[in-house]
Design a protein around this ligand. Structure first.
Ligand code: NAD
Ligand code: TDX
Length: 338
């Protein structure tokens, strides 16, 4: 079995590469990644030692490059993590989000069609459902909640989801979609809430909380997201959408206060709110639990401890990002090899 993992030099894709190498010792994994600012080949340095793993620097919107790689490698399954993923960046510059997240998805699906790929899986997000009010804890997103996006990022992800459904129905593309809540864990890029706060605490910098900090996210340890996708690509039904959530709602303020407690220091600074800031995300994962038997394994307190420890033990990984040195890794690994 050969699996293409796009966006594998990013946070969740990188964790998925390791998860799949560990749980499927007979699979070959090919990672396709453009190494944008969010892609870090150092994340894959251990995988690169594995003969069952190959890395290819490719932009998923480059149709010709994508098609020729499919022609050469003939994958059985494609899992698409590659995306522009940061809401704040999408507010500053939406265009690249539309290009990568929508046209990139289309290029991959066209290649899957052409080369008869057995399963295309689209990694989507709970943000396609918009947000929920803070005072209605009884409300959760289900797979039938209408799409109602708030940011250019979530609009681009929702557009891609609709395109996947259209390819499935019109061309018979064997596709599935998953919509997950906020992930946390190792290799999380330092501009997202949890790694940013850990690193600012370690560097003695203020902790910037947007608005009043009351916005709520549903947090899931990244390995539990990986196990859910593994189940969907093997046992999920074609054409289906699966929600994946941690059943673990916390306000941003609660998260930051927990990190301050865990690390024993840190000073909050309230800053201007994010434009269009979604209030609350909360996922109902009943479908994947009952139909596919998915069980998230990591309790939030344990996951946060593991995550903090990982950032303490892997200082050079994030220091190279903060200093910009990580962008030289590809050159050192490949271009200077001769
Ligand atoms: P990330 O930003 O850490 O990684 C994205 C990766 O995609 C990077 O390695 C980047 O180089 C690569 N990439 C970007 N544009 C590309 C292109 N044109 N061609 C090839 N590669 C390209 O993102 P992440 O947090 O790991 O998210 C992965 C996926 O999961 C995304 O599709 C995101 O929408 C979705 N998701 C993320 C979360 C979360 O909490 N982080 C939650 C739900 C869903
Ligand atoms: O400095 C900060 N201060 C702050 O208060 C940052 C970076 C964030 N926040 C708030 C904004 C959000 O309410 O924390 C919350 C989480 O922010 P992000 O880490 O940017 O994540 P979010 O916007 O929730 O989106 C994430 O989850 C869903 C991922 O980045 C998306 O790719 C995924 O689809």
């Amino acid at each position: 079995m050969k699996i293409f993992v796009t966006g594998g030099a990013g946070f969740i894709g990188g964790n998925f590469v390791y998860y799949m190498l560990k749980t499927h010792p007979d699979y070959d994994i090919v990672c396709l990644d453009a190494l944008t600012y969010a892609g870090n080949l150092e994340t894959l340095s251990d995988a690169l030692e594995n003969p069952r793993f190959t890395f290819v620097k490719i932009d998923i919107t480059d149709r010709q490059a994508v098609f020729s790689l499919f022609d050469k490698e003939r994958p059985d399954i494609v899992v698409n993590f590659a995306a522009e993923s940061h809401v704040d960046r999408s507010i500053l510059n939406p265009e690249i989000f539309l290009k990568t997240n929508i046209l990139g998805t289309q290029a991959l699906m066209d290649a899957c069609k052409e080369y008869g790929v057995k399963r295309y899986h689209q990694v989507s997000t709970d943000e396609v459902y918009g947000d929920l009010p803070l005072d209605r804890p009884d409300l959760l997103f289900t797979e039938t909640t209408p799409i109602l996006t708030s940011s250019p990022y979530s609009a681009s992800k929702a557009s891609a989801d609709l395109l996947v459904q259209a390819y499935c129905r019109t061309y018979g593309l064997p596709a599935t979609i998953s919509r997950c809540s906020n992930n946390y864990g190792p290799y999380h890029f330092p501009e997202k809430l949890i790694p940013l706060m850990i690193i600012n605490i370690l560097k003695g910098k203020p902790l910037p909380v947007y608005g009043d900090g009351k916005n709520v996210r549903d947090w899931l340890y990244v390995e539990d997201h990986c196990s859910a996708i593994d189940l969907i690509i093997h046992n999920g039904s074609i054409g289906e959408i699966y929600n994946i959530g941690g059943n673990n709602e916390r306000s941003n303020l609660q998260i930051v206060e927990l990190l301050i407690k865990t690390l024993g220091k840190g000073e909050i600074k309230f800053v201007r709110d994010r434009a269009g800031h979604d209030l609350r995300y909360a996922i109902d994962s009943t479908k994947i639990k009952t139909q596919l038997g998915w069980v998230p394994e990591t309790r939030f307190e344990d996951g946060i401890r593991k995550t903090v420890d990982w950032y303490l033990d892997n200082r050079s990984w994030w220091e190279n990002i903060v200093s910009g040195e990580y962008t030289n890794y590809y050159r050192k690994m490949y271009e200077e090899r001769g």
